[in-house]
Every structure is written in C-alpha cells, then in structure tokens.
Write a protein that binds this ligand. Structure first.
Ligand code: AMP
Length: 477
C-alpha cells in the first residue's frame, strides 16, 4: 500500500515525501480512506503508531475545500495535555505546509489574548485542551456549531485526568452533523460507552503498538543501599551520586531523567548543573513558554539531559534520546513502560537504567510482573548495592491487614505529583482537582493491581490490554 493509493492530494504527497515517509503505517492505511468517506472512526492505537498523521492527513485535504469564519472553527482536535496538543499542531505544520489552512493552538499557560485574536481571524483547525477551550467558550470568544470534524485523541488519558465531563460538555456544544474520530490506547468499558455516545456507526480500527520499548531498549537496575523515600537526604545524595556515575559511564547522546516528584526534578537538575552536566528541567509547575523553550532546546540537541516528571514527558517523541534514567522507581508499573518508551524510538536502540532503593521492592516487583521478566542488575564501581526489599510484596500476598498498611503507605507517599489521584479498582485514577492540567497524573488508565496477581497476567489494565504488554520481554541483557 502506498500513500498514492490512499487518495491523498499532490500537495500532501509532497509533504509526506518531504517528511521521509515511504509507506503508510497500518493505522494510516485503514483510517485515511475511512475518513475520506466521511465515516466516524473508533481507533484503538497508541502514540508511536503514526495515528496523528492518520487523522491529520485526510483532515487537511477535506478542509482544503471551504473557508473559515471568524470564531467558528471548522474542525476541533481535543488533546489531554499541552505537550500533545503542541505536537499535533507541529504535525499540522509539517503535513499542511503546501496548503493554506489556519490553525490555532488553545492551551493553558499561554497568552489568551493572542489565542482570541487568532480565533477572530477564522480557524480551520483548532487544537485544544478541554479546560482552555471551555474557558474561551464561557467567555463567548468562540462558537462550536461550525465544527464539521471532531477528533478526541488519547481518550483513556482524558479519563485518567478527569477531563471526561469537560469532553462531554464540549461534544454537546457541537452540531450533531459532524464526523467524529475517536482514539484511545485502550478500550476499557468507560471509554467504549463514551465512544458509543459520541460516534455514529464508526469503523473500528485496532492496531498493535509498533514497537514494545522493551524490544529495542536494554534495561538495567542499579540498587543503592540507602533507603527512605527519595526525599530523605541520605537516599537522595546517594542516588544523585549514582546518577552522576551512570552518566559518566554511559555518556548518553541525549537522555531523559525521570523523578517521581516535581520538587525532586528541581533538586536533581540543579545538582547535575552544579556538577558540570548539561541539564535542563521540565515539570508541570513551570510556565508554559518556559516548558516549550526547554522542549525546543532538548529537541534541537542544545541541551543533553532533561530531568522531568511523568506528566511533562508524556508522549514525547524525540528520536535522539539514547538513554532513560529512572532516578526514582515509578510507583505505577505502567509508568515505567511509558518512561522507557521515550528511548528506542522508531526501531533505534536505547538504554533504560533505573536506580532503586530497598523500599522500592514492591514497585520493582510490580514492574517485573508486568514485563514478565527480571530487570538485570547493573554493577557500578563505588555504588554499594543492596538487595531489593520484597517484604512489602510478601505482605501484600499475606493478607488484607498488611494490605491495609500498604495502602496507607502508598497514600502517604503519593501526596505529590505522581500519584495525586486515587487508585481505583479498575485501575483508573482521577484528577481530584478537576481539569487543572498541572496536577494531572500518570500516563494512562491502566494500572497495576495493588492486590498482586499472578506472574503472567498484568492486571488492572482495562478490558483491552494491548498485546504488546502481554508479550515476554525479549532481551533484558
Ligand atoms: P504518532 O503515533 O502519531 O505519535 O507518530 C509517531 C512517529 O511516527 C512520529 O515521529 C511520526 O513522524 C512518525 N510517522 C508517522 N507516520 C509515518 C510513516 N508513514 N512512516 C514513517 N514514520 C511515520
């Protein structure tokens, strides 16, 4: 199958060739003709499958006919985070460069005045996070009745972040005569119900993740001796020293360093800079222009090391990232998979090295259960290694009383950014602060089951756990 066979215009074919794509990905091959037919789409696909081009390319050709009126966008793309919204906007620039479509990015943290002025000039494509869109709507700055194509992207993350009520409200403001494209990495029953409510006779498209990070990413674990949450001075100091040794040893081309808490992002980045490393930081409390500037510098290889939180790095697609370091072990197994997936992109090799303290035992066990294999240890000179403390896992397996204790422990640990939400039975976390994006947590709606579970089955992942999650990790050497 070639892009020509998909019926794209010459301008788009040129843009696609210039982007270096030779053939459509499976989701593109299925979604593009369906969207051209005017049908709704229910796509089960992750980032990395090429889904953005899957909806952006046909939208550009469809929108090339007709003109935009002031304050009445002709199409609307809803994204859960500012970074994802900005990435989709970049895709529109890349693929739409031979067209004359107008696009506005409506995200929190950026000047509302400029966004309003751009809306007033007429918009073909409006890319927005739900909160900012509703703010502008409530101020009477835009009308949504002219939207002919609606894209709801990353629906399961919207659910995770507590945005679904906003999305429902937005959909009610649109004309029922529209085409709706709905994408989600997983299809738990909440998401399916939403899809049923929003879509009319959709074509269902489901594609596997193109690359399990674990297949292209070599993973290692360095266990350091000092325990205590990463916040305690001893543990932090030792972990920082370990990180420096790792950076010297690995000499990454470009690396992302994950911390569980925003305040530790700050501490680790400052410490690295003090020791002469080329580092920048990215977390949800930074002003949007500063976040964008850091991302720009990192993407352009102007800075080598990016220290960040899960939320800030969600969905980042930067090919040059050779290494991921987990300064903290994520408390949710699935975040581990998302974190290490920032390297080893598009078939390249990557290395992911995690630093654990004895108290991380139960989290490491959860991750290894999800991966279906042990993460090999990495022995570093000068690092006093310790055994992983599995007593917490054992307590979980023993019974409900210990589990209660575990839960308490978890709840005290998760006050800050990584786990501000509640862990639901289904694995869903809600953002207690409604649609405030800054406090949004985690990478997806699929959570490890804190109740344990057997070795092979990763649980709490929604009804449709992606197949790649169920595969054994091929190479952990
Ligand atoms: P997405 O899943 O939309 O986040 O896309 C993941 C990555 O795949 C992006 O870096 C795109 O530039 C890239 N990509 C999208 N379509 C193609 C294609 N047909 N061939 C090669 N790369 C692609």
């Amino acid at each position: 199958m070639s892009f020509v066979e998909l019926g794209l215009s010459d301008e788009l074919l040129k843009a696609v060739t210039e982007a270096g794509y030779t053939e459509p990905t499976p989701i593109q091959a299925q979604a593009i003709p369906t969207i051209f037919m005017g049908r709704d789409v229910l796509g089960c696909a992750q980032t990395g499958t090429g889904k953005t081009a899957g909806f952006t390319l046909p939208m550009i050709d469809i929108l090339a006919q007709g003109r935009a009126k002031a304050r009445m966008p002709r199409s609307l793309i809803l994204e859960p985070t500012r970074e994802l919204a900005a990435q989709v906007a970049e895709s529109f620039d890349k693929y739409g460069k031979h067209h004359k479509l107008s696009k506005v990015l409506l995200i929190g943290g950026e000047s509302m005045g400029k966004q309003i002025a751009a809306m007033d000039r007429g918009v073909d494509v409006l890319i927005a996070t739900p909160g900012r869109l509703l703010d502008l709507f409530d101020r009477g700055r835009l009308l949504l009745t002219g939207v002919k194509i609606l894209v709801i992207d990353e629906a399961d993350r919207m659910l995770d972040m507590g945005f679904i009520p906003d999305v429902e409200r937005i959909v009610k403001l649109l004309s029922p005569i529209r085409q709706t494209l709905f994408f989600s990495a997983t299809m738990p029953s909440e998401i399916r119900k939403l899809a049923d409510a929003f879509l009319m006779n959709p074509k269902e498209i489901s594609v596997a993740s193109p690359s399990l990070a674990a297949e292209t990413v070599e993973q290692f674990m360095v266990a350091v001796k000092h325990g205590g949450c990463s916040g305690t001075q001893g543990g932090m100091r030792e972990k920082r020293a370990t990180l420096r040794s790792l950076l010297k040893r690995e000499d990454p081309v470009s690396a992302i360093i994950f911390c569980n808490r925003k305040r530790d992002v700050d501490v680790v980045a400052r410490s690295l800079k003090r020791h002469g490393f080329d580092a920048a930081q990215l977390h949800g409390d930074m002003a949007q222009p500063a976040r964008m500037e850091v991302l720009r510098r990192f993407k352009n290889s102007e800075v080598k090391l990016l220290v960040c939180s899960d939320v800030a790095a969600r969905g980042l697609d930067i090919l040059a990232v050779s290494h991921v370091f987990n300064f903290d072990i994520p408390t949710h197994s699935e975040d581990y998979v998302h974190r290490i997936g920032r390297t080893g992109r598009a078939g390249r090799k990557g290395r992911a090295i995690s630093i654990s303290v004895p108290e991380d035992g139960k989290y490491v066990a959860g991750i290894e259960r999800l991966l279906g294999g042990k993460i090999p240890p990495l022995h570093l000179d000068g690092v006093v290694e310790s055994k992983i403390d599995n007593s917490a896992v054992a307590a979980e397996q023993r019974g409900p009383r210990d589990r209660g204790k575990q839960k308490e422990e978890k709840e005290t640990q998760v006050k800050s950014e990584t786990a501000a939400g509640e862990v639901h039975k289904r694995g869903r976390r809600e953002n207690p602060e409604g649609r405030n994006e800054k406090t949004a947590v985690g990478m997806g709606g699929r959570r490890e089951n804190p109740e344990g579970g057997n070795e092979k089955t990763a649980v709490g992942m929604g009804d449709h756990m992606p197949a790649f999650m169920q595969r054994k990790v091929k190479s952990l050497k």
